[in-house]
Write a protein that binds this ligand. Structure first.
Ligand SMILES: [Zn+2]
Length: 326
């Protein structure tokens, strides 16, 4: 068989199985789950591998997630085809569930695409024509969110890294893989497909501002206001923005996950989650120093304490222009 015949057979197998592939994508869409909580999604993919494709499945590849292998006994390089399981938080979305989870980032499409590729390769019967192995993976926790929950998982020894693919690199899931491919849905206008695009890397951060409680009405002079420390800290970072290079595309976007305990008390325990993003590693490191300095100065101004915990995020994504020509 030549390459075009192989492609035609694969595409035909995908078209012939269109309904089950789309149904799997729809099932994912109807069961949105945040990262490292994709138990239902893992089951949907795992059942598809077993029931539709007759594959053996390895579950819990990085706490959640699953993997199936094909052409195990064929000598040659191994390609892994990946699809991401996790949803994002967007309570405004009409399809979001009670937790605000929804597949607004289109990861259900990735899962359907990965299963479609598996279906095309297996049901067309062309695997025997290939000179290598293909693994299919449903990968957890692409979105780097719910840092508190993941910190707990890490403390419990269930994960070491907050990103699913980082965890998989750490636990050796990619050790026997020569090339990994995946795609992400994107609004490209007239264009059907592109490689890349480039994107920022980031450092994740949880921050605790520690003040001193006192009655907010009768004795605020005896307290130390950790919420003021956090607000000053954020504004200190804003004052750094002109020092960030345009080409580094630095982003600092904190949220306050706890602003105090009761309104009658001077807030003494204020928590923040933040990312420091940039297009280059140097830009990330430079901006991160300034962010830490700004936040710390906010605490210093009111006499509060600060604890900053840094979490390895993702490196910047670069693209190879000639790949796009191919
Ligand atoms: Zn996404």
């Amino acid at each position: 068989m030549n390459l075009n015949e192989i492609k035609e057979r694969v595409i035909k197998a995908i078209d012939d199985n269109r309904d089950v592939i789309l149904a799997a994508g729809k099932a994912m869409y109807d069961n949105p789950e945040f990262g490292y909580k994709e138990f239902e999604g893992t089951k949907i993919v795992s059942n598809y591998f077993k029931n539709e494709l007759g594959l053996e499945v390895e579950e819990g590849i990085a706490y959640t997630g699953c993997r199936a292998r094909s052409n195990k006994d064929i000598e040659g390089p191994k390609v892994a085809i990946l699809g991401e399981l996790d949803a994002i938080s967007c309570s405004d979305h009409t399809d979001s569930n009670e937790l605000g989870a929804v597949h607004a980032c289109g990861h259900h499409i990735q899962i359907a695409g990965m299963l479609g590729a598996a279906t095309g390769l297996i049901k067309s019967g062309i695997l025997a024509e290939l000179g290598g192995k293909v693994d299919f993976m449903a990968t957890p926790a692409e979105e780097f969110v719910e840092l508190g929950y993941r910190t707990k998982l890490r403390e419990e020894g269930k994960i070491k890294y907050f990103g699913g693919k980082q965890e998989m690199i750490y636990n050796g899931s990619f050790d026997d893989v020569d090339m990994a491919v995946m795609f992400h849905a994107l609004d490209l206008g007239d264009k059907k497909v592109l490689t890349g695009p480039v994107s920022n890397g980031f450092i994740g951060k949880t921050v605790k501002f520690i003040g001193k409680e006192a009655h907010a009405g009768s004795a605020p002079h005896e307290g130390i206001n950790a919420l003021n420390a956090a607000m000053l800290g954020i504004n200190n970072v804003h004052a750094q923005r002109e020092t960030f290079k345009d080409s580094d595309r630095v982003r600092f976007h904190p949220i306050i996950t706890k602003g105090g305990d009761i309104v009658n008390s001077v807030p003494a325990d204020v928590r923040m989650e933040a990312y420091v993003r940039a297009r280059t590693i140097e830009g990330m490191i430079d901006a991160n120093k300034k962010v830490n300095r700004g936040l710390t100065a906010g605490a210093y101004a009111v006499g509060a304490e600060i604890e900053i915990t840094e979490l390895p995020g993702y490196l910047p994504i670069l693209k190879h222009d000639s790949m796009e020509d191919v």
